[in-house]
Design a binder for this molecule. Structure first.
Ligand SMILES: *Cc1c(COP(=O)(O)O)cnc(C)c1O
Length: 401
């Protein structure tokens, strides 16, 4: 705790208040007191956190205007022209994925889910739970889906109406070839649903150009908002034809859309402060220079991270060519003194939060490059990682075998 306080540069009085708050179990977040190097929720800016200090009447005109602004800006970021609209929904990213599949895939449809990680498996689980017929094509976690194989599968299975794919598979940080997959899906006359959760706002996406039926993401990843609201940028035409598809009242994005179009209001209580924070996060995204600038900052974070970790003797799981600048998976070192739980705890004590691996095969852990952080923060994290290795008396000779 002393370390966290020192880093935050607080006065002795504030330190005392901070200690009291900590003792009372209240999380206080100072600008650099904690670094969330995870797949989300992420480190946010003081501006985004500050935007939550106000109460809003959810049915008031001001909040309707704010919602309209957020919807419009997100649609623009997705490259939506008149053809697509942004439909936000209360909840986590998975809520929006489930709502999108529930709304767009009719009971008579069939979804082909492309899988190369746990988020692909989750899309399949959603289809099964919604009782939507589904098939899967699976690749190893360190391999991208092959468009040619997707095309052949679609050829052989005329019953498939939709294809679902993850843009950046956050399980490993792999970048899937969205353009190539979209091209074969369109050529086969099927519809594409993209889980763009961990890429939206940082990697270019063009829903009308791809084309795709829906791209889904949430506030608390590359847009750098806080958790509690997610959204789908959806084809207007498909939405209009999707009345009555959803087997759930709250997950019905057709009805949700109609409500927004009718009077600008949310059907059910919106997370007002979370939406206000997203509005601020979108302003900061634009001020930074939009998608290109955000991508460049994350790419620099990623390069700094990979270079520094390699210098410490860690080995990235993926080849650089298919690594997205979002989150990096590292193999666990073979050194017997290296125990991940202890590594994680010692880092967390010093204000650096990383993420355990989720891989089915290789033992690994993950470090995120996204959030309101820059390469200076990554260098600080690398310094702490070096200290923790010293504490653990782990000396890595070089990449593990
Ligand atoms: C984070 C993430 C999700 C799930 O988001 P939740 O907010 O945890 O529900 C889905 N897909 C991908 C690719 C993700 O990175």
């Amino acid at each position: 705790m002393t370390l966290a306080v020192r880093r935050a540069g607080l006065s002795p009085g504030a330190v005392f208040g901070y200690a009291l708050a900590r003792a009372a179990g209240i999380m206080m977040q100072d600008d650099d007191s904690i670094l969330l190097l995870t797949p989300g929720p992420l480190t946010t800016s003081a501006g985004v956190r500050g935007a939550m200090q106000q109460d809003w009447a959810s049915r008031g005109g001001d909040f309707a205007a704010l919602t309209a602004r957020v919807r419009k800006r997100i649609a623009q970021l997705a490259g939506a022209g008149r053809s697509h609209v942004c439909v936000p929904i209360q909840g986590s990213g998975t809520t929006a994925l489930e709502a999108t599949i529930a709304t767009l895939v009719p009971r008579t449809g069939c979804v082909l889910v492309l899988i190369n990680g746990s988020y692909g498996h989750r899309l399949h689980a959603i289809c099964r739970r919604l009782a939507r017929p589904a098939m899967t094509l699976e690749w190893p976690e360190n391999t991208v889906p092959v468009a040619r194989q997707v095309a052949a599968f679609l050829d052989a299975h005329g019953e498939i109406s939709h294809v679902a794919v993850v843009h950046c598979e956050t399980t490993t940080g792999i970048l899937n070839p969205l353009d190539k997959i979209a091209a074969v899906v369109a050529a086969a006359g099927r519809r594409l649903i993209v889980d763009a959760m961990s890429s939206f706002g940082a990697l270019e996406l063009d829903v009308s150009g791809l084309p795709c039926e829906a791209a889904v993401s949430s506030a608390n990843k590359c847009l750098e908002g806080v958790p509690g609201v997610a959204f789908a940028v959806m084809s207007r035409k498909s939405l209009a034809a999707a009345s009555g598809n959803a087997p759930s009242l709250t997950l019905d994005l057709h009805d949700q859309w109609r409500a927004f179009e009718k009077n600008g209001q949310w059907r059910f209580t919106p997370p007002t402060q979370v939406v206000a924070a997203l509005d601020q996060a979108l302003k900061e995204h634009a001020r930074e220079g939009g998608i290109a600038a955000r991508r460049a900052r994350y790419a620099k974070n990623c390069r700094t991270l990979v270079r520094g970790m390699k210098a410490l003797g860690f080995e990235p799981y993926l080849p650089a060519r298919i690594q997205a600048p979002i989150i990096v998976t590292f193999r666990q070192p073979a050194n017997r003194r290296f125990r991940f739980e202890r590594f994680y705890d010692l880092l967390a004590e010093r204000g650096i939060v990383i993420y355990p691996g989720k891989l089915t095969k290789a033992d690994s852990f993950r470090i995120g490059c996204i959030g309101a952080i820059d390469s200076g923060d990554i260098r600080r994290a690398l310094g702490v990682i070096a200290d923790v290795l010293d504490d653990m008396k782990v000396k890595l000779a070089g990449p593990a075998p």
